[in-house]
Ligand binder design. Structure first.
Ligand code: DGL
Length: 264
């Protein structure tokens, strides 16, 4: 029996899932969390489905060994390729993240939406299934964000290389007339200021972070796993590569945090 005081486990191929961790800890400030950043193996988006499943199993077992009461797969690529397998294999609730194309399909006025995501996400059967449920009149322009995750992992968020890659990927979408851009990778919310600079106020940028946090709360409540006391949560981060960029990304939330750089 899991205790309400046990931590929420969160994993991503790297540091991008901290964008989800921030939403979760903002909504649920009293929950303890353990975040696993598998940066040594990033990017997942270029790997086969089986490799993504194997890495997701490794990450899940690491978190379960530390008594996590629920696991958030804070990675679109791991969710779309591995969550079904994880749900069948482990007896713990899993929350996943998928590109928000459904909300975008309800917002678009031009009936054209753009999505920026990894190859692994866009090629997955789960993404295809979700895409098939949206209104057929809506055209979804898919773009693989090759190289973006690697640059973010290196902390090159404002570099010229980042700016030129973003122009290369997003300008064609603007020329096609999209009015919504879905960020289908948890690393990409860190690029919103740069994307905004590129697109001005012409398009809506949509990501799933807040929806994931809300869903985490709903599932904790449903399973009677919500922490009941009002003491602030503690947050443990594990990363299997240099921790400097991760530390920088979560620096504004530095209370009750510790970061451990180790092999796993
Ligand atoms: N943050 C991961 C995602 O949401 C990045 C994937 C990758 O490592 O390629 O898909």
């Amino acid at each position: 029996m899991k205790s309400t005081n046990f931590p929420i486990g969160i994993f991503d191929s790297g540091i991008g899932g901290t964008s989800i961790w921030k939403e979760i800890t903002t909504l649920l400030p009293n929950e303890h969390t353990i975040y696993l950043s598998d940066s040594k193996n990033a990017p997942y988006g270029e790997k086969s489905k089986q490799e993504i499943i194997d890495l997701s199993v490794k990450n899940t077992e690491f978190l379960l060994a530390q008594n996590c009461k629920l696991i958030v797969v804070a990675c679109n690529t791991a969710t779309t390729n591995a969550i079904q397998y994880l749900r069948e294999k482990y007896n713990v609730p899993f929350i996943g993240i998928e590109p928000a194309i459904k909300p975008a399909s309800l917002k678009t006025k031009t009936n054209k939406i753009g999505i920026l995501a990894t190859k692994g996400t866009l090629n997955s059967a789960l993404f295809e299934k979700t895409s098939s449920t949206i209104n057929k009149q809506i055209i979804v322009k898919e773009t693989i964000g090759t190289g973006l995750v690697e640059l973010i992992e290196e902390g090159q968020i404002n570099s010229d290389k980042m700016k030129s890659l973003l122009s290369l990927y997003i300008n064609p979408l603007l020329n096609e007339g999209v009015d919504c851009l879905v960020l289908g990778c948890t690393h990409y919310p860190y690029l919103i200021p740069q994307i905004r600079e590129l697109v001005g106020n012409k398009i809506e940028i949509i990501d799933s972070g807040q929806a994931v946090a809300k869903q985490t709360k709903v599932v904790l409540e449903k399973n009677l796993l919500l922490k009941t006391d009002t003491k602030k949560g503690k947050h443990q981060f594990y990363i299997n590569k240099n921790k400097d960029v991760l530390a920088m990304m979560i620096s504004e939330k530095s209370d009750f945090i510790s970061i451990d750089e180790k092999e796993f």
